[in-house]
Design a binder for this molecule. Sequence first.
Ligand SMILES: [Zn+2]
Length: 176
Amino acid sequence: MGDKYRNLEVIAGFLNTYDKRMRFEGDPGVELLNGPEDLYSFLLEHNLILEQEKVTEQDLELAIKLREETRKTIKNPNEMDTLNELIGNFTFTIYFSEESEEIHPVHRNGKKGLAKLILLMYEIKRDDLWHRIRICSADDCQWVFVDHSRPGTGRWCSMKACGNRAKNRTFRKRNK
Ligand SMILES: [Zn+2]
């Protein structure tokens, strides 16, 4: 269970590399993947590439598309076409051993790192946990979070902050 949720945290972390939380009215958010070196750090931090591997501008472009499409499918889980098309850029192979069977990306370097992210997504889907990756319903937040609640229907990244803010807003409207 713990391991499975760790996969979810990695994907949420990837999606939050575009931090959409508004600090002021009309704030477009903060892009954290500004160059290949930023993607390199992210992939290395999550053990998705080796230290000596390289990340190119092309990998970054692919990563940003992957991030956008994945975010969309969290909002609309039935719209996976573009995401699947993107995944068509990657090649995987199956590796058997006596004890196990594993899917491996055939790529090296940054593209391998992205392929491994896709494999995490594959595992999450297979374990039927995709719905546990959620986007905060506060418009000025949209933080991607992993829902650990029993029913798995959480709406806010934090009940304390965004949840209460939403409640207060409803309360104020009602009492005008
Ligand atoms: Zn929030």
